[in-house]
Design a protein around this ligand. Sequence first.
Ligand code: 5RP
Length: 237
Amino acid sequence: MPPTTPLTTMTQDELKALVGRAALAYVEPGQIIGVGTGSTVNCFIDALATMRDRIAGAVSSSEASTQRLRAHGIRVFDANDVDELAVYIDGADEIDPRGYMIKGGGAALTREKIVAAMARRFVCIADQSKWVETLGRFPLPVEVIPMAARRLMRQFAALGGEARLRLRDGAPLVTDNGQHVLDVHGLRIDDPLAFESMVNDWPGVVTVGVFAHQRAHVCLLGTPEGVRTIAFDGSAA
Ligand code: 5RP
């Protein structure tokens, strides 16, 4: 009997690199590109460097991405100097079949939402572990004004969630915007649009990590069989 061919096994990092490279197909020459944050986006930035002479530059969603872009010689524009972006490319902590996402695992959610809002198209790049039927398994990041943290924890408790202050080296993590992050465990988010609007209205919330009003238009999902392209807006992916 011939030996059985082993199934392709790719690590999560290899899947991230795969979708990072695949996202180059959405980069139009001469454009300013909206760039997200995180390890998957780092793969995209490294791939983008191969065409740095053919793009005008980037608008970045974090200090970390800005540093990486600049290290590759890619010009970073201030968001206020750009009217609109053709595309925003970013990762996600969870994405569902409607293109709704949880983001903020890298604490960059506020700037990510701002840059996403500037773009006509949001391309989400993610490995298959991020695909979920219903949002909420990943603890929901919420950027908050520090003086509101305790009160907001009680508000999430009333919804059945347990909000924990995110720490780094034993002290509250401070975002690029000088604020804190709560990670809310135990939520099941059945109506992401309504949930996002509700939490956004709570005093002291800077940004909630549900991206429903700024959902993805396309997801490039890394699987061992290759990149699956999923379009959520009915357009050709
Ligand atoms: C950062 C984010 C990231 O997109 C999200 O955390 C996914 O990160 P990674 O690509 O490292 O898995 O929202 O705030």
